[in-house]
Design a protein around this ligand. Structure first.
Ligand SMILES: Cc1cc2nc3c(=O)[nH]c(=O)nc-3n(C[C@H](O)[C@H](O)[C@H](O)COP(=O)(O)OP(=O)(O)OC[C@H]3O[C@@H](n4cnc5c(N)ncnc54)[C@H](O)[C@@H]3O)c2cc1C
Length: 380
């Protein structure tokens, strides 16, 4: 049986970042994914500043965003413009294939397609045989079976629905522009993200409101004038947020990215959480299994966990009064400036939320909100 210092399960942004970091730290690493790459992944592919900063170089970007159109359930529209791009757009097929190549270039052994079936102490059973690993990074996404075994607990699960549309003659009109709509379902929003010859159009809302979410997507496509475009992909996927006390690993297993429920709860931005938690998990794993979970938790507590807590505060206020968020970003210089600076990575949500006017505003907006408890789900 082959032996490794670190085995990484899943080669999304979390897994490839973990594999790369562990390999750079000198560990013998294998990364396994059940899919052959490049593979499609349901995702907006919007990269904010912290995602870009965590990547090993410039990603294969399809669009650089300088215009943001905003609406509230299709109405009260405004397009705002920035001097410096505030987002980059990628397709996940291209981003993830590139990240996996970077992990391989750093020295990680790549095994794809290879499905991991189970873990028994230090033995990973896969559909292509067994291997042994001192530390396992579970980066196998929202359906992670290793996370279930570790006992991850979730505070929120959302359903994202997405259409990939052929942009055709509309490609020029959408070049460099995204559209965000704050939706009629509590906590929901929708987006159009341009990818050159295609447009990614999606909505996200709490799981369990499937019909309303589907209706919202249909209405949104019509509000932004995209009916009739050829559908290249039509898919859905879950996002999930951990509870503040949910385990981040156990024994020789560390959980990263979606598997751990690491995600910004308001925007459901997950790529920066995946790349950053993956890189931290990989570095910790390379130092061996002893105390790995504690070292990993300490590393996440410095930046990522406070960001999640700030996102949770924003989500509570947003769920209860989406129109106020809309007006803040659409009509006030401070609101728009903060939004653009956070997306560019010049400040963070946690820092913004600590400023007293923002803190006070969020407190007022959250008054009477039942959110947070409304979407509590039992342990996975
Ligand atoms: C509709 C939607 C839109 C989104 N838009 C954005 C966005 O614009 N920007 C953003 O930052 N975030 C976005 N997100 C969130 C983002 O997609 C995720 O947070 C991110 O993909 C998490 O990366 P990951 O590496 O943890 O998991 P994944 O990217 O899901 O990777 C997990 C990998 O594990 C593999 N795997 C699973 N089980 C096994 C197994 N048993 N054996 C081997 N391999 C296995 C899978 O094949 C997969 O490749 C969106 C999410 C949704 C649902």
């Amino acid at each position: 049986m082959e032996e490794y210092d670190v085995a990484v399960v899943g080669a999304g942004p979390a897994g490839s970042s973990a594999a790369r970091a562990a390999a750079l730290a000198g560990a013998r690493v294998v990364v396994l994914d059940r899919a052959a790459f490049p593979r499609y992944k349901t995702c907006g592919g919007g990269l904010i500043g912290p995602s870009l900063a965590a990547l090993p170089g410039g990603p294969p970007s399809r669009a650089s965003i300088t215009r943001v159109s905003l609406s509230l359930a299709g109405g009260r529209r405004r397009t705002r413009v920035v001097d410096q791009p505030c987002l980059q757009m990628v397709t996940r097929a291209e981003l993830d294939a590139w990240l996996l190549e970077e992990a391989a270039a750093a020295g990680a052994e790549v095994r794809v397609p290879c499905r991991v079936l189970s873990l028994d102490d230090d033995v990973l059973d896969t559909d292509a045989g067994r291997l042994r690993a001192a530390v396992v990074v579970a980066a196998d996404g929202t359906s992670s079976r290793l996370a279930r075994e570790v006992g991850v607990q979730l505070s929120r699960v959302d359903l994202g629905l997405e259409l990939e549309l052929e942009a055709g003659a509309l490609a020029g009109e959408w070049a460099g522009r995204v559209h965000l709509d704050w939706g009629p379902v509590p906590g929901s929003y929708a987006w159009v993200f341009p990818k050159g010859d295609t447009l990614t159009v999606g909505v996200i809302a709490a799981r369990g409101a499937g019909d309303a979410t589907r209706r919202y997507l249909r209405d949104f496509v019509s509000w932004v004038g995209l009916e009739g475009l050829r559908v290249v992909h039509d898919s859905g996927h879950l996002t999930r947020c951990r509870t503040p006390t949910s385990p981040l690993g156990r024994g020789r297993v560390l959980l990263a990215g979606d598997a751990a429920g690491l995600l910004e709860p308001w925007t459901r931005e997950g790529i920066s959480f995946a790349t950053r938690s993956g890189a931290l998990a990989g570095a910790v794993a390379a130092a061996g299994p002893s105390g790995a979970v504690e070292r990993y938790r300490a590393a996440l507590s410095r930046e990522l966990l406070p960001e999640m807590a700030a996102g949770e505060r924003c989500l509570r206020a947003f769920e209860s009064r989406p129109w106020a968020f809309h007006e803040l970003i659409r009509s006030t210089p401070v609101g728009w400036d903060q939004f653009a600076r956070i997306t560019r990575g010049e400040t963070t949500l946690a820092r913004a939320v600590r400023r007293w006017p923002v803190r006070a505003g969020l407190g007022l907006l959250s008054l009477g909100s039942a959110a947070g408890s409304a979407h509590r789900v039992p342990p996975a």
